[in-house]
Design a protein around this ligand. Structure first.
Ligand SMILES: O=P(O)(O)OC[C@@]1(O)O[C@H](CO)[C@@H](O)[C@@H]1O
Length: 365
């Protein structure tokens, strides 16, 4: 339909007032990019000064969602259930990555298609995030509403299919991605409708032409197709891997085997989440394990997105994959054990509780 304003949906965003450093601010913006500032505490936040540079993180959510949370004391299928609390959040996997980056005071630009009767409300929900600049492409169809049911049973998510996207909308999105610069990071997250597969491939090709590192957290068909472009980070879940490689994954050894196949097909870093058993990182240096912590999971929505935010953020400041993996786990766990998305305080309070160990290849074989 129509293009969003050339730049931001919030034209007066403070994102572009880079030189006012607030207490605790950890990034400095210059024009279209930023650098993470050194900050003294905690240890995990130290920056490798050799690598300090300027960049922008772009998250891209092709099918964002207005997440409608409904809480119930008890849910009975086949009966009328009455909620005890309900609220809305702007959602979609890439949007959640931007929200956690925001909580870490890291600016990002959120790309995505939004439209219809839900559009203005969706955008208004993002207004509270000072470090997110939405750069949306407006479409005719309605931004979907995903229902998240929290009750006495397991959390249940009802995710809608979402609107259709026209060729013109796609061209608009490509024009935005074309503008990314070397050292920027592009995070493509969330379900990709079938007719957008070619679009995503073109976006990734543009990233490669412009020497932009990219992260993929997408459905398995798309992941399999895009691995050859050598993503910096991927995060398939077990079901994705089982479908991708047509095999059953029953234990950690089989999971590692499938993760290695992703790496062989091109992924630089593969994160595999295993719930209470922690998570794995697989790359050309080996296989690493990070523990989880023993506490009650209160929120499973967005934990994986938080891990990606933490991975990207810590990699940019340290270029050290092991502390980056550790920090990513703090972010994922902080969201899983909080109501809402991880806060910086919660993330950093977990840092000493997470231990990353290299898995002995012989033992594991
Ligand atoms: O339908 P998709 O794109 O796979 O997932 C969408 C979604 O479930 O993912 C986020 C949590 O990761 C939610 O904010 C959102 O509703």
């Amino acid at each position: 339909m129509t293009d969003a304003a050339e730049s931001s949906v919030f034209p007066d965003r403070t994102l572009f007032l880079p030189f006012v450093l607030k207490e605790g601010q950890i990034s400095e913006l210059i024009g279209n990019s930023f650098r993470i500032l050194p900050f003294p505490e905690p240890e995990c936040a130290k920056i490798n000064s050799r690598e300090r540079g300027f960049f922008m993180i772009y998250t891209c959510t092709l099918n964002p969602s207005l997440d409608y949370y409904m809480e119930f004391d008890k849910v009975e299928l086949g009966k009328t259930n009455r909620s005890s609390l309900e609220y809305y959040e702007a959602g979609g996997k890439g949007i959640n990555v931007s929200i956690v980056l925001n909580n870490l005071m890291i600016p990002s630009r959120a790309l995505g298609f939004v439209g219809g009767f839900t559009k203005d409300f969706f955008i208004s929900l993002l207004q509270k995030y000072e470090y997110i600049e939405p750069v949306f492409t407006f479409i005719e169809g309605h931004t979907r509403i995903n229902v998240k049911v929290k009750g006495d049973l397991l959390e249940t998510e009802l995710n809608a299919k979402g609107p259709s996207i026209t060729e013109e909308d796609m061209r608009m999105m490509l024009r935005r991605v074309e503008r990314l610069n070397r050292s920027d990071i592009f995070v493509l997250s969330g379900n990709c409708p079938d007719n957008l597969v070619d679009l995503t491939e073109k976006m990734i090709q543009l990233c490669i032409e412009n020497d932009v590192k990219f992260v993929l957290d997408v459905n398995h068909e798309l992941l399999l197709r895009l691995l050859k472009y050598k993503p910096f980070l991927v995060r398939p879940n077990i079901e994705d891997l089982e479908t991708m490689f047509d095999e059953v994954i029953a234990d950690q050894k089989q999971l590692i085997h499938a993760g290695r196949r992703c790496a062989e097909l091109g992924a630089e870093n593969v994160i595999l989440m295993m719930g209470k058993d922690g998570s794995l990182l697989i790359n050309q240096d080996g296989v690493y394990h990070a523990n989880s912590i023993d506490a009650e999971v209160v929120n499973s929505v967005g934990a994986a997105d938080s891990m990606i935010a933490g991975f990207v953020m810590n990699y940019l400041r340290s270029r050290d994959i092991i502390t980056t993996f550790k920090y990513a786990n703090c972010c994922g766990i902080a969201t899983a054990f909080s109501k809402g998305m991880a806060t910086r305080e919660k993330i950093e309070s977990l840092y000493d509780e997470i231990l990353v160990t290299k898995i002995d290849e012989n033992e594991e074989a």
